[in-house]
Ligand binder design. Structure first.
Ligand SMILES: *Cc1c(COP(=O)(O)O)cnc(C)c1O
Length: 379
């Protein structure tokens, strides 16, 4: 039975060999898996877990995808997505040379860190905020430094500046809190930061404000936006950044050519010209439903943060129980366990009211019955 006693040693040697091959900075980086081990969320009726557009894709873009000619996929796409950039730049209020596209805004964020910091430099960001930021920092051999939000959910401008970080990341509206970052904090960080400031505006449409148009004048500010949330095109993976022409060029170098595929370029070009009114109407509906959802959750005793995005974060001592029960009923929300400053909480994406009513009813059944502490008794 030598094989059974040898096996652990072989396994150990194999592990050591792999560790020697792996880049040191990568050994402790986890694979992103928001739904736990396993790649995909379980199949559900209502997926309110990722803040995508629950009304579906914009109609003209969806039609363009169905009717796309064959050579769109047999040929390489435009090298740096010239036509797409021209249209996005018009939309964002900048010149084409002041805009960089990417495979999702994730790609733009990652490339910006690669382009504008040296290995070992710090990236400072608010906590809690977008969970990918510390991961992108590590992937680029940078040092993630979290700085807690202030008591009223604002970015701590002084705390972020005190880190002396080469890159400071801000997010407004902030994910996962949904709260706006104050104009005062944004401007103070931009005026005093020693290096790059990234302002992530993935949810700007729902807040009705964006800094994209002013970003080129600030020289060292990159504003990132996405087609994945309000625009309903998350599956195509298109995002962009705006800033001064030299800054955008550095990011584009680090990102490389051909990163936006041809189908995505075509569909977003069509969306930019034909789907604006549809998107605007869905945004207004989302904002109205967000307020109704927040009020209903508050009535059920959850601690709802003031949201300017298309989701709400609701703190609850029974968040785990609620998430599990909802999942059993085919409704997926995002559970945050032990979130700094918030505790256990649920992030719920806003969609058509009929779906929101089902979410509210399901949560209501948990909090008004069961074995809770009474903390969340209906008031
Ligand atoms: C969803 C999200 C993104 C990434 O979106 P992409 O699909 O990669 O464009 C970036 N930042 C925040 C805060 C997000 O919530």
């Amino acid at each position: 039975m030598t094989s059974t006693t040898d096996e652990p040693r072989e396994a150990q040697q194999g592990r050591q060999a792999r560790l020697a091959l792996a880049r040191a900075a990568y050994r402790d980086i986890p694979v992103y898996s928001p739904h736990g081990p396993g790649e995909n969320p379980p199949p559900v009726r209502i997926d309110a877990s990722d803040n995508t557009n629950l009304w579906g894709p914009p109609p003209a873009a969806a039609r363009a995808l169905r009717e796309a000619p064959g050579d769109l996929v047999s040929r390489y796409p435009a090298l740096y997505a010239h036509e797409l950039k021209r249209l996005l730049a018009g939309h964002a209020g900048v010149r084409e040379a002041e805009l960089v596209t990417g495979c999702g805004s994730d790609d733009v964020l990652d490339s910006a860190m690669r382009a504008l910091a040296e290995p070992g430099d710090a990236v400072a960001f608010p906590v809690p905020s977008f969970s990918m930021i510390p991961t992108f920092a590590r992937m680029n051999v940078l040092r993630p430094v979290g700085v807690p939000l202030t008591g009223d959910w604002d970015a701590d401008a002084d705390g972020l500046l005190a880190t002396g970080a080469r890159i400071i990341y801000l997010c407004s509206p902030n994910n996962p809190t949904g709260t706006l970052t104050s104009e005062a904090a944004i401007r103070r960080v931009i005026e005093e930061a020693p290096g790059l400031v990234i302002l992530d505006e993935a949810y700007a449409e729902f807040a009705g404000r964006s800094h994209a148009a002013e970003s080129p004048a600030w020289e060292r500010v990159l504003v990132t936006r996405t087609l994945s949330k309000a625009w309903g095109l998350a599956g195509l993976r298109v995002g962009y950044g705006t800033g001064s022409a030299w800054l955008v060029r550095e990011v584009e170098k680090a990102r490389g050519p051909y990163m936006v595929n041809a189908m995505a370029q075509r569909a977003v070009e069509v969306a930019m010209t034909e789907d604006r009114a549809w998107v605007e109407a869905r945004v207004q509906e989302a904002v109205a439903n967000r307020e109704r959802l927040a009020a209903a959750l508050a009535r059920l005793g959850l601690r709802v943060l003031p949201s300017a995005a298309n989701f709400v974060l609701a703190g609850s001592g029974r968040a785990r129980e609620i998430a599990a029960t909802l999942q059993g009923e085919g409704i997926l929300v995002r559970l945050f366990a032990g979130l700094p400053l918030v505790g256990d909480a649920l992030r719920i994406g806003v969609g058509p009211w009929e779906q929101m009513q089902q979410v509210i009813d399901a949560i209501g059944r948990v909090v008004t019955t069961g074995n809770g502490t009474g903390e969340e008794a209906a008031t």
